[in-house]
Design a protein around this ligand. Structure first.
Ligand code: FES
Length: 203
């Protein structure tokens, strides 16, 4: 079961499951149709094994029903927001699922840290990123139309080119390779920030 960008770790697992011919079903919940990362790809990969639930349309995964339906020996993998993961695990334990059949991962939250200034080269604007906000949130708050999709450091849609930074980038995403992170010329503003006083980006 996946919630939001919690779908990311399943993408590689699904290819393996298909290759090995294992039985599985994937239940994927997301906030709205325009935030359904990988939806088309999943339809192709999983066919009728994938089920979509759109929060905005009042659709919810029925954990109890799904857990009851599974044959003995099944395993549950869940990745998503804390509340979703915790409630599924609690329910499964109460229903007697063994601990070793339950696998979970909670997804990335934006890092908080010291405030800094982002200078937008193309828009010729400066935005202060406060300590409690992600860089993406600060840009949005300033009325900048910054791209995004997952808001969890996984899809790469929000990538910005870093033209200059007088400190150190703090990469929190799972999208950039180690080499790209070391090169310090790209950043995922949805989860990453910097330990600096000023960063210049190509936006
Ligand atoms: S919005 Fe997906 S990595 Fe930032």
């Amino acid at each position: 079961m996946a919630g939001g960008i919690g779908i990311t770790p399943f993408m590689s697992q699904i290819s393996d499951l298909n290759r090995l011919g294992y039985a599985y079903e994937l239940h994927y919940a997301y906030r709205s149709a325009d935030q359904a990362a990988f939806r088309d790809q999943l339809k192709k990969l999983c066919g009728d094994k994938v089920h979509f639930y759109v929060d905005d349309e009042g659709q919810r995964i029925n954990f109890t029903e799904l857990l009851i339906q599974q044959p003995l020996g099944s395993h549950v993998y869940v990745c998503g927001p804390n509340a979703m993961v915790n409630s599924l695990l609690l329910m499964a334990k109460e229903m007697g699922w063994p601990e070793n059949a339950l696998h979970s991962e909670k997804f990335l939250a934006p890092a908080t840290g010291e405030p800094f200034i982002v200078s937008l080269k193309l828009s010729e604007t400066e935005v202060v990123v406060p300590s409690e906000m992600s860089m993406l949130e600060a840009l949005e708050e300033a009325g900048i139309d910054a791209p995004y999709l997952c808001r969890g450091g996984a899809c790469g849609r929000c990538e910005l080119e870093v033209v200059d930074c007088d400190g150190e980038l703090i990469h929190q995403d799972v999208y950039l390779s180690d080499a790209e992170k070391i090169s310090a010329n790209k950043i995922m503003p949805c989860v990453s920030r910097a330990h600096c006083s000023r960063m210049v980006v190509n936006l």
